[in-house]
Design a protein around this ligand. Structure first.
Ligand SMILES: Nc1ncnc2c1ncn2[C@@H]1O[C@H](COP(=O)(O)OP(=O)(O)OP(=O)(O)O)[C@@H](O)[C@H]1O
Length: 323
């Protein structure tokens, strides 16, 4: 279980001096300004959950993950991983964590992938038989066979990400923190990574916290989403509830055989957005009005042929949370 209580992190950065020799003067100046990257973040994640941690650029996601993994010390507040602090009981906690930062590889650039794995396995003191078995499983699951002998710098981005994911799993941690593991990948590579993460969670019971800007990652993988904005939690719950809360309209396209007799009175519980030839476009808020009730009304206006419904895109919902 992961417990995060009133986590806060402020950074101090030097105030940039203006004018002549500004670079030098900034270097020797004692003026600092504070940046509150994470203001007040609290949540709990149960064992076996798959949670999306999302927010706009600069919201505080990476800073949170760095505190969860023990890389950064919080200014105040506390993180507990299975009851232990990643800052105070670092050795013990690190064994339970797998971490991937999509923007930066943890593998040795000039070494073949396999050699990096051997170093990591030795660092984690994984016994030879276990190491062999795990490497075999991961090679199979992530389709690594072709790239084990290739130096990391020669891998494509998709191959590198698969190699990094395997590296994060070598010591068989039960919790994974993934910071943008699909960044920059093409559609096929993304699909493969998602498949792997889904398997890890469903079949191997791994607890996963996933940061991403790809809303398809979130929709396909995460039953629960935590939204952070300006260093604070803006939402914590299911995607469906989030849709409900934002309440963007569902678009309904109703087509008729022949004429449509839209009544003169526009006093309707939904909006008619467009009326073209034999088609009406209607926007209705499904939290306020059931689709059946809309259809009951519009069926009186002509001989209905077809109805097409479009739910708001999750991307659009999220943009409204970030505002
Ligand atoms: N070491 C640092 N020193 C000063 N400010 C920092 C430092 N690290 C992060 N920040 C600032 O803290 C804020 C939060 O940064 P963070 O990297 O956590 O955001 P993020 O949500 O991960 O963003 P992105 O989606 O762009 O990766 C930003 O304004 C960033 O500039």
């Amino acid at each position: 279980m992961i417990t995060v209580k009133h986590l806060r992190k402020t950074f101090q950065s030097p105030v940039i001096q203006e004018g002549k020799f500004s670079g030098l003067r900034t270097l020797f100046s004692r003026a600092y300004k504070e940046k509150e990257a994470v203001r007040d973040v609290s949540f709990e994640i149960e064992t076996g959950e798959f949670v999306g941690y999302i927010g706009p650029n600069g919201a505080g996601k990476s800073t949170t993950i760095k505190m969860l993994t023990g890389i950064l010390h919080p200014t105040s507040g506390e993180v507990l991983i299975h009851g232990s602090s990643p800052q105070k009981q670092r050795k013990q906690v690190v064994r339970q964590l797998g971490v991937v930062f999509g923007q930066r590889s943890q593998l040795w650039w000039d070494l073949p992938v396999k050699d990096s794995y051997e170093i990591l396995l030795a660092m984690y003191r994984v016994e030879a038989a276990d190491a062999q078995r795990r490497l075999g499983e991961l090679t199979e699951l992530l389709d690594l066979k072709e790239i084990l002998d290739t130096p990391v710098r020669k891998l494509s981005l998709g191959q590198r990400m698969r190699a990094d994911l395997a590296a994060s799993m070598l010591h068989d941690p039960d919790i994974l923190f993934l910071d943008e593991p699909t960044i920059g990948l093409d559609v096929v590579a993304k699909k493969n990574i998602r498949g792997f993460l889904h398997t890890l969670n469903r079949d191997f019971g791994k607890t996963i916290l996933l940061t991403t800007h790809d809303m398809d990652d979130i929709e396909q993988l995460c039953p629960r989403v935590i939204v952070i904005n300006h260093g604070e939690i803006g939402y914590d719950g299911s995607i469906d509830k989030l849709r409900e809360r934002i309440g963007l309209p569902t678009m309904m396209k109703v087509s008729y055989r022949g004429e449509i007799g839209v009544p003169d009175s526009w006093d309707l519980p939904f909006r008619v957005i467009a009326h073209e030839a034999n088609t009406l476009t209607i926007a209705c808020n499904r939290q306020e009005l059931k689709a059946m009730d809309v259809l009951r009304i519009v069926s009186n206006w002509g001989d209905m042929e077809d109805v097409h419904m479009e739910e708001p895109e999750f991307e659009e919902v999220i943009q409204n949370v970030y505002l």
